[in-house]
Design a protein around this ligand. Structure first.
Ligand code: FES
Length: 146
């Protein structure tokens, strides 16, 4: 009996995984299974927080040294796609200069993922915009130091 239930749960999980991979593509699916760059950074040099029109909130944390990002992370209370997009936004920011971060937009994140279902494309823009907020915070702090 227990084995039947285990098999049923396993089949159900496999079905969910297959459907998710189908809908989101391999790149997003793998990141959804193993999200990276999740968490906060103490005393970030740049911090952004935005709430999207869907009501979900994302935070991005950046540390910079010598004008390059040395640490990046994100947190979100949003959907699986927002976690995937926040993870890629953080990954893509690593090692970049502020000028280079300006180029990491929602569209660039979508390209990296090979696209998302239409109704979830806004999750990539939430991630891109929150990264830009964190960069903006860093730039403001730099200006104040001068
Ligand atoms: Fe809100 Fe994805 S549905 S960020």
């Amino acid at each position: 009996m227990a084995n039947d239930l285990d098999d049923f749960v396993q089949d159900l999980q496999n079905q969910i995984y297959d459907e998710t991979r189908e809908a989101y593509g391999d790149v997003a699916f793998e990141r959804w299974l193993h999200p990276t760059y999740v968490g906060t950074i103490e005393n970030p040099d740049g911090y952004g927080q935005l709430t999207g029109s869907c009501g979900d909130t994302m935070q991005v944390f950046l540390k910079l040294q010598n004008n390059h990002v040395t640490e990046a992370s994100f947190q979100t209370d949003g959907c699986g796609s927002s976690a995937v997009c926040g993870s890629f936004a953080s990954e893509m920011a690593l090692g970049k200069t502020p000028d280079e971060i300006l180029e990491i937009t929602g569209n660039v994140i979508l390209e990296k993922l090979g696209g998302l279902p239409k109704e979830e494309e806004h999750c990539a823009f939430l991630a891109g915009d929150t990264l830009q907020e964190a960069l903006n915070d860093y730039m403001v702090k730099q200006t104040r130091r001068r």
